[in-house]
Design a protein around this ligand. Structure first.
Ligand code: HEC
Ligand code: HEC
Ligand code: HEC
Ligand code: HEC
Ligand code: HEC
Length: 452
């Protein structure tokens, strides 16, 4: 915490016992009650636009949306009751996904249908009462929080008829976001590192914060009241990330090249795809990397409309097999064990991604060395990281022998870049709505070659 002292009410117990970490300390479980915090609808009475923006964002749904609910109640919670090493995640998940439930000691919270205040997720008063962190580089909800009538905010000249405001450097810093966006598993693996990726990259050095890309500023008023000043830079609470196709669209530039534009069936065609992360302040994918995939599908479509899949040329790095789609590969065995499914061999590792496509991902491995989507049960994830860093370019090559059954005439080579939040195999198995594991188009590029 910068430039303030003595006012931390909620310094916590050792979190080694409570949650998924060895070191972080911060807000204490059960140190408050729900009624110490106001509901977002109350704030929305005056901060209308901000309320609507927040309400649509994933942070308003961090406890209620289907995959979060399913992963906590069907996987993490039962696992925490079976395996001592991960016992802390019973409360630990909630520390970030429903801070009010955690702070009120409502652990485990009731399910979403019960309609308790756990459903409010990361609400207005969570962020606007956070005063700092116990860590210089925060993680695992290591925030300190002071509920009450004073809002921590970005300005010192704001006047509200119903609450105090206090300028807080911390509110305007990427460290606020880091308190929940970086996570260490009970095994010590960094399983979320969006802040650390940002910090090590070019944007931190240039002073571009998380807020600058996820809460853009625009002229207007922060509240509908008369006392609200017209300002040039009101912070919008959009928080769009990978759940919004508009944020993903074009997030990675894609270009496609070939040396030969006129070939015969049986000839070798070399293709080169260039992918550039010019828009995200961290790796793509980031965040829940245990289950996120970005992948490049390459195909040729001949003049008769026949489609040929074009596999990527392997580069030969260690662990590369996890980055090339293989419909025969199985993974996620721990899921079945936790749910006690008989004769469970695992699920398709890559879901619907076509064989031979390059996958930009960072696989996580459980203590038995099997690939997992259970980030709390992750022992190791340092070895293989084939994601695209901030302002990094990756080049993928293809050496394709034009099939003898390709029709003469123009052949379209089509490169399509997709993103998915959860492998489709996992989404289907868990009965999630299809939107939770859909393939979202990030970019595409085409070129035409002539088949003689
Ligand atoms: C009765 C109307 C009203 C209600 C209810 C209200 N606010 Fe405000 N709030 C205002 C006004 C007016 C301002 C000043 C805006 C300005 O001048 O830019 C303000 C300013 C703020 C600021 C900016 C502080 C800063 O440093 O810039 C924050 C943060 C804030 N409110 C959060 C909240 C939260 C969270 C709630 C719900 C607990 C809430 N407000 C409820 C009217 C209200
Ligand atoms: C995830 C954390 C987070 C949540 C949740 C959140 N805010 Fe904010 N809010 C911020 C940050 C960070 C800023 C300052 C942005 C900046 O520095 O560019 C801010 C700024 C504000 C401001 C001042 C805007 C300005 O530019 O003067 C108001 C008012 C406000 N928030 C109200 C709310 C209300 C009302 C809600 C709930 C509907 C809410 N906030 C939810 C983090 C949050
Ligand atoms: C109290 C914990 C907490 C804090 C503080 C916090 N976040 Fe989050 N954030 C979450 C959780 C939990 C999710 C996951 C929601 C989900 O997918 O269910 C999330 C999701 C997101 C997403 C993903 C949205 C999407 O479409 O996929 C973005 C972007 C984001 N937060 C930005 C921010 C920024 C920027 C800040 C700092 C100003 C911040 N968050 C501070 C807990 C937090
Ligand atoms: C230069 C702009 C920029 C900055 C700075 C930035 N982001 Fe992002 N962020 C993006 C873009 C673009 C995306 C969409 C691509 C994606 O989902 O990976 C994104 C996506 C995300 C996601 C979803 C990731 C996923 O793959 O599920 C989260 C969470 C997030 N950002 C949080 C943060 C946090 C926290 C910070 C600060 C530590 C931050 N961002 C800084 C531009 C930015
Ligand atoms: C340190 C804070 C933190 C902890 C602890 C935490 N999460 Fe999260 N969780 C997040 C953030 C932040 C995101 C959003 C990242 C992104 O957008 O990629 C997220 C994303 C998720 C998602 C993906 C949502 C989606 O729509 O794809 C699920 C599911 C989830 N968390 C479940 C859990 C479970 C279960 C636990 C406990 C084992 C847990 N989380 C512990 C912060 C946390």
């Amino acid at each position: 915490m910068k430039g303030r002292g003595g006012s931390i009410l909620a310094l916590g117990l050792g979190f080694g016992i409570l949650c998924s970490t060895q070191t972080a300390q911060g807000a204490e479980m059960g140190s408050f009650v729900y009624n110490d915090f106001k509901k977002p609808t109350y704030c929305g009475g005056c901060h209308k636009a901000i309320f609507q923006e927040w309400k649509q964002s994933l942070m308003a749904q961090s406890f209620t949306h289907e995959w979060d609910e399913a992963e906590y109640f069907k996987l993490a919670l039962p696992h925490s009751q079976k395996l001592e090493k991960v016992a802390g995640v019973k409360a630990g998940c909630i520390g970030c996904h429903s801070p009010l439930a955690f702070l009120s000691g409502d652990i485990p919270p009731k399910d979403v249908a019960a309609g308790t205040r756990a459903n409010e997720g990361v609400s207005c008063e969570v962020c606007h009462h956070i005063t700092g962190s116990t860590e210089a580089e925060p993680f695992n909800f290591s925030f300190t929080i002071e509920p009450g009538k004073t809002m921590q905010g970005p300005r010192s000249d704001a006047k509200s008829p119903v609450h105090g405001v206090e300028f807080s450097e911390f509110t305007g810093s990427s460290e606020l976001c880091a308190t929940c966006h970086d996570e260490q598993s009970p095994y010590g693996a960094w399983v979320k590192s969006t802040y650390r990726e940002w910090k090590a990259g070019p944007y931190a050095k240039e002073g571009t914060r998380c807020q600058d890309c996820h809460m853009y500023d625009a002229a207007g008023k922060a509240a509908k009241n008369k006392s609200a000043k017209p300002r040039e830079d009101v912070a919008h609470h959009v928080f769009h990330g990978s759940h919004f196709a508009s944020k993903l669209a074009g997030a990675i530039d894609l270009a496609l090249y070939t040396g030969k534009t006129s070939v015969s069936a049986g000839d070798n065609v070399g293709l080169r795809a260039e992918l550039f992360n010019g828009k995200a302040g961290h790796y793509v994918p980031s965040g829940s990397t245990e289950e996120r995939m970005l992948w490049l599908e390459m195909r040729g479509i001949d003049s008769a409309g026949k489609t040929f899949n074009i596999p990527v040329e392997p580069k030969g790095f260690s662990g590369e097999e996890y980055t090339i789609a293989d419909s025969k590969a199985l993974a996620y065995q721990a899921m079945g064990e936790i749910m006690e499914v008989k004769d469970w061999k695992g699920l398709s590792r890559d879901g619907i991604v076509p064989d031979g496509s390059r996958i930009f991902r960072r696989p996580f491995f459980d203590p038995e060395g099997r690939m997992t989507i259970c980030q709390w049960y992750t022992a190791e994830n340092t070895g293989i990281d084939y994601r695209i860093g901030p302002r990094e370019m990756k080049i993928e090559k293809y050496r394709w022998v034009v099939p003898t059954d390709a029709a003469a005439g123009p052949m379209t080579i089509e490169a399509q870049l997709f993103y998915s939040q959860v492998p489709s195999s996992v989404g289907e198995y868990m009965g999630l709505p299809a939107t939770e594991y859909a393939s979202i188009k990030v970019n595409e590029a085409t070129l035409t070659i002539n088949i003689k």
